[in-house]
Design a protein around this ligand. Structure first.
Ligand code: F6P
Length: 341
């Protein structure tokens, strides 16, 4: 039997170190060796690895970031797929690889699996948008951070009789916005999955302020379209050519202020949602996913992603996990809507 490789790729996410610890802990218990691959796919393409023993992963459970490093490098965008990885695999005797990543990373993992690599995926993203699993680790931490920010912003908004538009991450989906908005009692929430009319937003806020509550919190997901006539500046692209999101809150705030004359401010939470220690539930989730991924790799259950379904860790084919981007169901958004205004 060869060695199990593990890498973390794409944007970082609270809980990555807990997954690595889970993988190494279970592999060690079962007498298998784990090699950490540094800086995501880059380390696999450039033979940059480190041996991970049980002692190497002590004390990292609650630490943010990833001890392995990460990057947006990709074996297909920046290399020739399996050909670019073969050298590292054979030189180090890696015959199974645990890939901790989001949608893009899991897609590349599936392509490598099609080329013969034994892969186990672990769903990672604060965006919570991966199919086949009930939840991704990092989401609950990001939601907690966003909720605490909303709580704080509400007090300053109230003190000044202002509207504050809070922008949260989530790329093309509105999970963080919806959950943090519900938890923080937002007066309106805008997410990409739900079409919105700025006139309706304005009406709801006017009504709220008329009834004596002269401040409001509007939560917007970074991936929404701006209100008509309020186009944001030119978008920069990331390494894969995807738009680097961020800033649509300024367009929403301008539209609200122009139409209501309520003094309006913007707060973009950005990467603070991804940094720092994971909440307890993410630590547990990440540990369980890491342990299950090691078990799957050792038991020969590959070309799957470890998913959380209810209270069980189960294998889901990579093809299913990467088939779509999972959005917020209508009924959850409707729960939030009940409290608008
Ligand atoms: O996918 C996770 C995420 O944090 C998104 O919510 C956000 O749009 C993006 O990554 C930011 O990426 P970067 O770290 O490259 O700016």
């Amino acid at each position: 039997m060869g060695v199990i490789g593990v890498l973390t790729a794409g944007g970082d996410c609270p809980g990555l170190n807990a997954v690595i610890r889970g993988v190494v802990g279970r592999a060690d218990e079962r007498g298998e060796e784990v090699l950490g691959i540094l800086n995501g796919w880059e380390g696999l393409m450039e033979d940059n690895t480190v041996l991970l023993r049980r002692d190497d992963v002590r004390g990292i459970l609650g630490r943010g970031g990833t001890i392995l490093g990460t990057s947006r490098m990709d074996p297909y965008f920046h290399g020739k797929g399996m050909i670019s990885c073969e050298g590292t695999l054979s030189r180090n005797g890696i015959d199974r690889i645990i890939v901790v990543g989001g949608d893009g990373t899991l897609r590349s993992a599936m392509r490598l699996a099609d080329e013969g690599l034994n892969v186990v995926g672990v769903p990672k993203t604060i965006d919570n948008d991966i199919c086949g699993t009930d939840i991704t680790f990092g989401f609950q931490t990001a939601t907690q951070i966003a909720t605490e920010a909303i709580d704080r912003l509400a007090t300053t908004a109230e003190a000044h009789n202002r509207v504050i538009v809070v922008e949260v991450m989530g790329r093309t989906k509105g999970w963080i916005a919806t959950y943090a908005g519900i938890a923080g009692g937002a007066d309106y929430i805008l997410i990409p999955e739900q079409r919105y009319s700025i006139d309706h937003v304005v009406d709801v806020l006017r009504q709220r302020h008329r009834s004596g509550h002269r401040y409001s919190i509007v939560v917007v997901a970074e991936g929404i379209d701006p209100p008509p006539g309020y186009e944001p500046g030119e978008m920069k692209q990331d390494a894969f050519g995807f738009d680097r999101l961020g800033g649509v809150a300024y367009a929403v705030a301008a539209a609200i202020e122009d139409n209501t004359q309520f003094e309006t401010r913007v707060s973009i939470l950005g990467h603070i949602q991804r940094g720092g220690t994971p909440v307890a539930s993410d630590r547990v989730l990440a540990t369980r996913l890491g342990v299950a991924a090691a078990d799957f790799a050792i038991d020969g259950l590959t070309n799957v992603m470890v998913a959380m379904r209810a209270t069980e860790t189960v294998p889901v084919p990579l093809v299913e996990a990467t088939s779509a981007i999972r959005g917020v169901p209508d009924d959850i958004y409707q729960t939030a809507e009940t409290f608008f205004g």
